[in-house]
Ligand binder design. Sequence first.
Ligand SMILES: Nc1ncnc2c1ncn2[C@@H]1O[C@H](COP(=O)(O)OP(=O)(O)OP(=O)(O)O)[C@@H](O)[C@H]1O
Ligand SMILES: [Mg+2]
Length: 394
Amino acid sequence: MILRTLRLKNYKNYKSCSLNFNPRFNFLCGDNGNGKTNLLEAISMLSYTKSFLQNSEPDCVKYNEDDFEIAGEFCNASGTKHTVHFSFEKSSLKKEITFNNDVIHRFSSFFGTFPLVVLSPADICLTAGSPHDRRRNFDLLISQVSKIYFDDLKSLTKIVKQKNSLLKDNLAGRKYSDESIYDLLTLWNDKLSEISSRIILKRIEFINEFQEYVKSSFIKIAGDSIKPVIEYKCDIQADVLDKDITAGRLTDIYRQALKEKTQMEMIRGLSLVGPQRDNYVFSMIKNGDRFDVRSFASQGEHKAFIVALKISEYHYLRDKLYSSSTGEPLILCDDIFSELDSNRTEKIAGMLADLNQVFVTTTDPGYINIISKYIDEKDISSFRILNGIAEKNP
Ligand SMILES: Nc1ncnc2c1ncn2[C@@H]1O[C@H](COP(=O)(O)OP(=O)(O)OP(=O)(O)O)[C@@H](O)[C@H]1O
Ligand SMILES: [Mg+2]
């Protein structure tokens, strides 16, 4: 997909804004606090139906206004135009998204229509943050290629919430007999086992494939002296998962694991088993030693890992989704070059040049000269962002 135009009304510090983008490279330049990230965030709302920064809609309405609108016109690989319109009203909390003028009711059917990868300073949470941050990141990625996965995640969240509230109520008031609480928990656990096994199988399949993408992106950025490794950890022991396990078998194993923890869950008043607790562990092999990225990597290594991860996400989405109706993903790079040495900046600039449509924010317009080494001038547009006003440079 290509984002041809973007229109904003009362979105954060933009009163109104209308932009035509380059189908290849778009530089958004401006000093701190002028609205570069806000523009990327608005684009992410059209693709993900929510902010990549997890800001709530009320926070995105311009101060002292009641509603915002974002409208984008996209163009797919065969040249067909598509429009997405996102509106939100603060007083009624009404959020409406239309795709080609039809209101979207089921987000799972829309997700992945405009595949998107975002690379931002907030991604430091991927290598330095909690399991929740990594799960959320990969859930967003897998959900763009699998509607079943998207729906399963939604069901999982709902059931875990209901089960937790049952466990909490029971702990607080003991309003159920031992027999009835066991029966109710068994009902939830049966459902959980089925959904969890599908989610886990998808995560295993994903990580096996994705691993190779990360290795090859990382080599391009940092050479082959360091190897990145991503491991998937869940409640089920790795040696059980290694074999060609079926969904049916995994469901049984899960049911058993849930049963074994039931007593403890009742004492703690909380679900203690399930994919909502999974983790992805990032490590690197350097000079024969394997070390955990979270605890031991240098700042530059964190950044290289994250950039490799995000460029891999781009290629993964492209390979999984490419068709004339979706085309290639968009990539939004917020402040990507800061903290990188000149050697890595050049390498990443070269890698970005191979991608489809790229949006890069920067406070330093000098980076355009580096990008120009890899891309024709006609394929680069730059925009000046000043206090909520964006203008294309001639
Ligand atoms: N709801 C809102 N209404 C009006 N302005 C807002 C709203 N939310 C955030 N802003 C303002 O938008 C401004 C621009 O933010 P943004 O993060 O886009 O800047 P930036 O150009 O990316 O800066 P930096 O280079 O520091 O990353 C901030 O000063 C912020 O206070
Ligand atoms: Mg910013």
